[in-house]
Design a protein. Structure first.
Length: 106
């Protein structure tokens, strides 16, 4: 039990010394457009877009996801204009999904 307490204490001290490299995180996130597949698919399903998963898979599977490709898909969807505008305004950096809710549960 004593060794475990010492290990946890040492871990806590070590973690306290870590610093985030905000610039590197931002750069990684800026090119991770695939994170927007979730909100796009959710909206597609909400409005009954047929083949939502397959349409999104065609744009995202097996290659780098580019904003132009996602925007072309969004513009082609038969969804209300306010939803289309909201999706077009999303970026990987602005999309939070359920992150806030999950963080509060932790």
């Amino acid at each position: 039990m004593g060794y475990a307490a010492l290990a946890y204490h040492s871990l806590s001290i070590g973690l306290g010394k870590l610093e985030l490299n905000q610039e590197a995180i931002s750069q990684d996130l800026d090119v991770a457009w695939e994170v927007l597949a979730e909100p796009i698919q959710t909206v597609m399903r909400r409005y009954g877009v047929q083949g939502a998963y397959e349409k999104l898979k065609d744009v995202t599977r097996g290659r780098s996801v580019r904003p132009e490709d996602l925007h072309a898909l969004i513009r082609s969807l038969d969804i209300p204009q306010p939803e289309r505008d909201r999706l077009l305004a999303l970026t990987p950096a602005t999309y939070l999904g359920k992150a806030i809710e999950l963080a509060r549960r932790a």
